[in-house]
Design a protein around this ligand. Structure first.
Ligand SMILES: Cc1ncc(C[n+]2csc(CCOP(=O)(O)OP(=O)(O)O)c2C)c(N)n1
Length: 284
């Protein structure tokens, strides 16, 4: 008997040993420990193995098109600012097909949390190189190795003054929960990159590979220093820092529009045509 209100008794189509199991358990426990109720939360995703998560958790959910989780999450949050909205999607969905939305979500700073299940491969479509696959790594499609240079999501987010930038590892539940809690509590767009092995299609970045490299960021580290954060984000091969790399203080998207910020969530208002016009005028 599982007493977590976010627990949904169902079968998954994830492979035995997949990092997604640890991630969903950590997420359910974090949401419960934050005192949230399922009806107050929305899990949003795109397409992929990670993106199946909204099907397996007892919250509201929206499974969008590939790469389109962020604009859906943004729309939901604007429509009902009282909801806790989080995105769970893969590195392909988030940094490849959804890369353009990543840029503009960082700019807008909407108050949502983005959990990227980063297994450094396209899992659902059977092992092609993703934006975070290492250079020259042989995959099921790139027989001669990947010839595109890998994307560094954290360095990119830091360079754009993202509100919250952190990394964790799916083999460390305590750390994952601490990062998830901090990310959800942050007011603004929070990017949490979760290193996660794909046991079937990525034979390089295994549990052991990550375990041998990850190290905790020192507790005296100052996440408000952009220079330090950038240096941390560039570390990889000899040691992979996990923890909060960067925070920046800036207003959220909703806080900058009094029509959105003040009063009831949009979904609870009685709209007259004049109200709707005034509302739209603020945006254009
Ligand atoms: C526009 C579009 N392009 C490509 C696809 C095919 N496709 C579906 S899922 C996927 C890869 C998913 O990989 P990732 O986001 O890393 O998640 P994972 O399955 O590894 O969890 C691709 C390429 C699609 N459905 N739509």
């Amino acid at each position: 008997m599982n007493n977590n209100p976010f627990h949904f008794d169902c079968k998954t189509s994830w492979c035995p040993g997949c990092g997604n199991f640890g991630i969903i358990e950590a997420l359910k426990e974090t949401l419960q420990e934050l005192g949230l109720k399922p009806h107050e939360t929305v899990a949003v995703s795109g397409i992929g193995q990670a993106a199946k998560l909204p099907h397996y958790i007892n919250s509201n959910g929206f499974n969008g098109l590939h790469g389109r989780a962020l604009p859906v999450a943004l729309g939901i949050k604007i429509a009902n600012k009282d909801l806790t909205v989080f995105v769970n999607s893969g590195d392909g969905d988030s940094y490849g097909e959804g890369g353009n939305h990543l840029i503009h979500n960082i700019r807008r700073n909407i108050d949502i949390t983005h959990f990227v299940h980063n297994n450094q491969i396209y899992g659902l479509t059977k092992g092609q190189g993703s934006p975070t696959t290492a250079l020259n790594q042989v995959t099921t499609l790139q027989f001669d190795g990947v010839k595109s240079y890998p994307f560094n999501p954290l360095a990119f987010a830091i360079s754009q003054d993202c509100s919250f930038v952190a990394r964790t590892f799916s083999g460390d539940k305590t750390h994952m929960k601490a990062m998830m809690k901090a990310a959800i509590e942050n007011k603004g767009y929070s990017l949490l990159d979760i290193l996660q092995p794909c046991v079937t299609f990525n034979k390089v970045n295994t549990f052991k590979w990550y375990k041998d490299r990850v190290y905790y960021i020192d507790e005296n580290y100052d996440p408000y220093s952009k220079e330090e954060a950038f240096k941390k984000a560039l570390e990889w091969d000899e040691g992979i820092p996990i923890g909060i790399l960067y925070r920046s203080k800036k207003p959220t998207f909703i806080d900058q529009f009094h029509h959105l910020k003040d009063g009831e969530p949009l979904t609870k208002r009685n709209w007259s045509p004049q109200d709707a016009k005034a509302f739209m005028n603020e945006f254009y």
